[in-house]
Design a protein around this ligand. Structure first.
Ligand SMILES: *[C@@H]1O[C@H](CO)[C@@H](O)[C@H](O)[C@H]1NC(C)=O
Ligand SMILES: *[C@@H]1O[C@H](CO)[C@@H](O)[C@H](O)[C@H]1NC(C)=O
Ligand SMILES: *[C@@H]1O[C@H](CO)[C@@H](O)[C@H](O)[C@H]1NC(C)=O
Ligand SMILES: *[C@@H]1O[C@H](CO)[C@@H](O)[C@H](O)[C@H]1NC(C)=O
Length: 606
């Protein structure tokens, strides 16, 4: 026992000695004029959180700041990223007018000049900042936080001020061991409304989403945290972003890594880093994944209301980059309506302006007055944003706080982007037809996508009522009508979800017995005549080999009653949304009752 203790004591003495030998001088946390910090010497911040010193990668030596306790060494700042000291024996020297990093021959590889009447002093602070201040006035003469490397520590800001030509951002290392400038950077762009973007070279790769006054429109969850506060300071010519750690016992760093991801790491000072989150995360995060005029939802792209895929063929093969184009040119006089998308990362703002002091109505009117205005939203009730021309990089989020109104041909609030489907059983008693009509609040559907059709026989070719679908394709799409694909089974019918790579998801209703045949045929005849955005669209039917099926479009949001009466009340739509939904249902019902005559004289509805 005693032997073991002695051994341990000896070991730690050896360790101490080794440590002292490796760092022959600990110069406290400051450097005064005329003195140098030599290769092998360190500054340690007052509470021993950060260290300033030299580190090497092969033949190259750099001056950097890292965490004192963390193993392996986590470097947060590098002075001379592009100009390494070669040949060893570098030194950091503070003169009366500059902080200079010299190589062994005394040539500066990196320097910062400042002006002061009194002698300056350099400090390594517990925030990780290296500063130079005036020993008399205390004025800040220079700070490393104005020149971040690849890491945003709490308190470092990135952003721009066009009046001073300042543009401060973080850039990834070249690779895990080479701190020279890599390909990825995180920055604010003066050409856009305040937003943080991840760039690959000069090409945007990811947008956090325009700052809406409280957070980024694409990262609504960030508002919820009580660990961090996010700060965007916006002025006429400038915008700066930073964050603050609210619980100072936790260390935070936000790093752009050489592989092009932005990682937020945290540590309870347990010598271990935990990834808090990283960006981008999924396909919808990829900048302009859906091309122009489309919105991304769950990795899928949908054209905005009154737009269809530019190349339907590419689109059906999930190559969305071509985006969507307007179904019909929108003359200025008729473009007086708006479609509604809720919970979005608003479009990129290269072609947008913000007008302060305008609420929803004023903002709408501002947009209506300009032919080229394509969308609007309002942040914080009075910051109106209007877009002109193509809308890119819209993402529909499952939770979010920003709505978007996109220009359409006529006032019709029901073309809403809510992913909520409503299943209403409407009894149109007069016609003695029972339709299971799904009133939808989905995007205007693309007309170009078709389910595989059955080869038409001569005698059927003139019937334009319902498309005859290929039974084989439907069987494949539903895994041979498998249990897993079934959504609902009721009486004589089962509803399945079908998926075809060329089409996407759709719904299949299959009659299980002979009994409901007439009813089914009536339903096909009836639905074939309906064309209203709020009524579910029949994709076609198939009655062959004793199979009787109808296919409908799929509503990913499920049934409205499930949304309204959900256990978890957080998902229940707010009142304005419910009002929109009610309006939509009424429009659908009005269409069924008023505009849609089912007599033989009229085969379609007006
Ligand atoms: C670095 O400095 C030490 C001490 O002054 C000297 O012995 C050594 O040769 C120098 N190394 C190089 C590579 O100049
Ligand atoms: C310079 O900054 C250090 C670190 O913040 C501070 O301790 C010192 O008081 C400052 N100097 C003066 C003269 O205020
Ligand atoms: C936000 O950042 C600015 C500098 O960009 C700073 O002056 C201000 O104190 C910060 N506010 C908060 C609440 O952190
Ligand atoms: C830090 O540790 C505490 C307790 O040990 C834990 O509750 C907390 O979630 C941790 N915080 C983070 C950010 O890991």
């Amino acid at each position: 026992m005693q032997c073991a203790m002695l051994k341990a004591a000896l070991l730690s003495a050896v360790a101490l000695f080794a440590a002292a030998f490796a760092h022959p001088q600990q110069n406290g946390d400051s450097l005064t004029t005329g003195l140098s910090l030599l290769n092998g010497q360190n500054l340690v911040s007052a509470q021993k959180i950060f260290v300033l010193g030299f580190f090497s990668n092969g033949n190259s030596t750099y001056l950097g700041v890292w965490y004192n306790e963390m193993q392996p060494r986590t470097i947060v700042w590098v002075a001379n990223r592009q100009n390494p000291i070669t040949g060893g024996n570098g030194s950091l020297t503070l003169t009366s007018s500059s902080l200079e990093l010299l190589d062994r021959t005394g040539n500066p590889v990196w320097s910062n000049a400042f002006q002061t009447q009194n002698s300056p002093q350099a400090f390594l602070l517990d925030s990780g900042n290296l500063i130079v201040n005036d020993t008399v006035s205390g004025n800040l003469l220079w700070q490393a936080f104005d020149h971040p490397s690849d890491t945003l520590l709490p308190g470092i800001r990135i952003g721009y001020d066009t009046s001073t030509n300042d543009n401060s951002f973080v850039t990834s290392w070249k690779n895990g061991s080479d701190p020279s400038l890599g390909e990825y950077s995180l920055r604010l762009d003066p050409k856009r409304l305040p937003d943080v973007l991840l760039f690959h070279g000069s090409v945007p790769k990811y947008r956090m989403g325009t700052w809406n006054g409280q957070g980024f429109s694409g990262l609504p969850a960030l508002r919820a945290t009580n660990l961090l506060a996010f700060n965007m300071t916006v002025d006429e010519d400038s915008a700066y972003y930073s964050y603050t750690a609210l619980d100072t016992s936790i260390l935070w760093r936000f790093v752009v890594s050489p592989d092009g991801l932005a990682h937020r790491w945290c540590s309870n000072q347990s010598n271990l880093w935990t990834e808090y989150w990283h960006l981008p995360q999924d396909q919808c995060d990829v900048y302009v994944y859906c091309g122009a005029n489309a919105a991304c939802y769950n990795g899928d792209c949908k054209c905005l209301s009154e737009f269809t895929p530019k190349s339907p063929c590419d689109w059906s093969q999930r190559n969305f980059a071509g985006g969507c184009v307007r179904d019909a040119v929108l003359p200025c006089s008729s473009g007086n309506g708006f479609a509604f998308l809720s919970k979005v990362k608003v479009p990129d703002t290269l072609n947008a302006i913000m007008v302060h002091g305008k609420g929803w109505d004023d903002c709408k009117n501002l947009c209506l007055r300009q032919c080229s205005c394509s969308a609007y939203t309002v942040f914080q009730e009075s910051d109106c944003v209007v877009w002109f021309g193509d809308l890119v990089d819209i993402v529909q989020l499952s939770e979010g706080i920003n709505d978007l109104y996109t220009r359409v041909s006529h006032s019709n609030p029901s073309h809403s982007g809510r992913n909520i489907a409503i299943i209403v059983s409407v009894s149109v008693v007069v016609v003695v037809l029972v339709i299971s009509a799904l009133l939808s609040f989905c995007y205007r559907r693309s007309q170009q996508k078709h389910l595989p059709l059955a080869e038409e026989r001569e005698d059927e070719s003139r019937s334009k009522l319902a498309k005859k679908l290929d039974l084989g394709a439907i069987t494949v799409a539903t895994n041979n009508f498998s249990e897993q694909n079934s959504i609902v089974t009721a009486q004589s019918r089962t509803i399945y979800k079908g998926t075809l790579p060329s089409f996407g998801d759709f719904v299949v209703k299959r009659l299980n017995t002979e009994a409901g045949l007439e009813e089914l045929q009536n339903e096909v005849k009836m639905l074939a005549r309906l064309d209203h955005p709020n009524i579910i669209r029949m994709l076609g039917s198939c009655m062959q080999n004793n199979e009787k099926v109808i296919c409908y479009e799929y509503m990913p949001g499920g049934s409205l009653d499930a949304v309204l009466f959900a256990e978890d009340e957080s998902g229940i739509p707010d009142w304005p949304s419910r009002f929109h939904i009610m309006q939509g249902i009424c429009e659908g019902l009005l269409y069924l009752h008023e505009h849609c005559r089912m007599g033989p004289a009229s085969s379609t509805c007006s």
